[in-house]
Design a binder for this molecule. Sequence first.
Ligand SMILES: [Zn+2]
Length: 338
Amino acid sequence: MKYLTFAAILLITSTSILHGANSDSIPSSGTIRRIFPTEYALPASNPIVWKDSGIVVHLHARAFSQGNIVYLEIVPDDKSEIYTTSINCRYEQNDVLLTRFTWGYRGFFALPPDAPPGEKTLTIEYQGLEQPSRHVLTFNVVKTDFPVYRRSMNVGKFSDINHARAPEIQTFIEYCSNRKKEAFSHQGEDLLSSVLAHPRDRHYVTSPFWSTRIYERYKIKNGKKIAQPSESKYHRGIDFRGSRGDPVYALADGRIVLAEKLYYEGNFTVVDHGNRIFSHYMHQDTILVSEGQIVKGGDKIGTVGSTGVSTGPHLHVSLVVNGIQVDPLSILALPVRN
Ligand SMILES: [Zn+2]
């Protein structure tokens, strides 16, 4: 096992079935595999199990708070009820894509970092054998205290407000934006498995998810730097410390839909996990995969670098669920099964 030198590998029996409805609707418990550095405290899954007539719904998240990904299982009492017809699931206003398995359905959705906390609604509807069935589950999403960094950051020439205005750079930025649009429009099949991995061999966060950061801006006039009003932005991923050449691992199984050097992201890899879930790996020194390739969680897909808008070697990782950014490490808490 190639990760043994740095990683703890945790094999746990699925605990997602806490209360089954009928014994025949309880799938055999699977094995969940997690690959992560020894200094990383693996978050526990925090389930909500909810029973209603005909179905049991399991929701798992690292925490039911802003900025986390949620894993959903719908286990029917009687499969013929739920398999004969189309099933719809919505979290608040957004559709949740479901994948059918022998034991029921599974899906994923995001608790947006910028949506207000409070009571939220999950709605499941299907046409049963005799009558339509509608289930409404409510649960509470709590506030996450995202950090705010007051010290402003200088990203060198990228802080020059005129730098990106050069025509050749504008053309390149436009090209990059089209490439990203194309990659993010992929609607690949659900490839997620129970194998999930930390993206680095060391757990050292230099900038947490959704922290507010202030960027210095300046312009050059007559060879002199003139300060401009600074800009405040949310950090839409996690920055991990690393040295140039250190390994970058795929968070989960998926297909490479972009592997290319772009303006802001530098050497950029995007993995489509299916279900409109994508992970992003930025500023790499080298990319070790190519577009179209299938990867497994924990596969080495690149190396840490400082390409694109970056001030030193680090890995920026993002996780985007149906267009919503969540904390990428929150996926490690999910007892995903096939
Ligand atoms: Zn970053």
